[in-house]
Design a protein around this ligand. Structure first.
Ligand SMILES: [Fe+2]
Length: 224
C-alpha cells in the first residue's frame, strides 16, 4: 500500500511537472544519417544525454518559477538579467544549451541531400568575397574558440552576415553577445560533439561538417 501511494505521488508530480516544460525538437533524421561525418554513437549520446541534460536542468531550475515555462526560450535568453537572480546562470548555460542544440540539429542533413543554391552563393560572395573565404572564416571561428563553445554565422539586423564564436552555451541572441542577430548557421565545437570519432582533431570535425550542412535551412533562415 505504501509503495502504491509513493508510486501515485510520483506519477502525479511527474505529470504536473511535464506541463509546459521545455522539450527537445525531434531529431529530423536517424542517428546514423550523418555517417560517416558524424557517427551514430555520438549523435545518440549528444541528443539523448547532453541535449536532454540541458533541457532537464533548465526545467528543474524553473520549478520555483513555473510561470516561466510559458515563455519562449529566446525570450528567456534575451532577457536573462530580468530573471530571478538565483536562476540566471542556469538559464544562461542550460537554456543556452537547450536552444543551441535545437538549432544545430536542424542545420544538418544527410550528405549530398542539399547544396548551396545560386541565390545563397551570391549572398555569401556579397558578404565574404567567395564561398571559400566564408568557409575558411567559419572554420577559423570554430578552431580558435578556446575550450568549449560554438561557431556562428549570424544575420545582423542590418541584413549583413557576420561570423564569430561564443564560449560555453552563449549565442548571438544573448543581450551581451559580441555580435547580435539571427543565427543562420552554427557548429557545436564542444568536445562532446566530436571526441568519440575525431578525438583531439577538432579541425577534421570542423571540415567534415561541410558535408552535412543543411544549406536549404541556412537559406531559409537568411531570407525568412
Ligand atoms: Fe553539444
Amino acid at each position: 500500500m505504501k509503495r502504491l501511494t509513493i508510486l501515485l505521488v510520483l506519477i502525479i508530480s511527474t505529470s504536473v511537472l511535464i506541463m509546459g516544460q521545455f522539450k527537445l525538437v525531434d531529431l529530423p533524421y536517424k542517428y546514423n544519417a550523418l555517417e560517416p561525418y558524424i557517427d551514430s554513437t555520438t549523435m545518440y549520446i549528444h541528443y539523448n544525454f547532453h541535449h536532454q541534460g540541458y533541457a532537464t536542468n533548465l526545467n528543474k531550475a524553473l520549478e520555483k518559477y513555473p510561470e516561466l515555462y510559458k515563455k519562449d526560450i529566446m525570450e528567456l535568453l534575451q532577457n536573462i538579467k530580468e530573471l530571478p537572480a538565483d536562476i540566471q546562470t542556469t538559464v544562461r548555460n542550460n537554456g543556452g544549451g537547450y536552444y543551441n542544440h535545437n538549432l544545430f540539429w536542424k542545420m544538418m542533413a544527410p550528405a549530398g541531400t542539399t547544396k548551396i543554391s545560386a541565390k545563397l552563393e551570391k549572398k555569401l560572395i556579397d558578404n565574404f568575397g567567395s564561398v571559400e573565404v566564408f568557409k575558411t572564416e567559419f572554420e577559423k571561428a570554430g578552431m580558435t574558440r578556446f575550450g568549449s563553445g560554438w561557431a556562428w554565422l549570424v544575420k545582423e539586423p542590418s541584413g549583413k552576415l557576420k561570423i564569430f564564436s561564443t564560449a560555453n552555451q552563449d549565442s548571438p541572441i544573448n543581450a551581451d553577445a559580441e555580435v547580435k542577430g539571427k543565427p543562420v548557421l552554427t557548429l557545436d565545437v564542444w568536445e562532446h560533439a566530436y571526441y568519440l570519432k575525431y578525438q583531439n582533431k577538432r579541425a577534421a570535425y570542423v571540415k567534415a561538417f561541410w558535408s552535412v550542412v543543411n544549406w536549404n535551412e541556412v537559406e531559409r533562415l537568411i531570407y525568412n
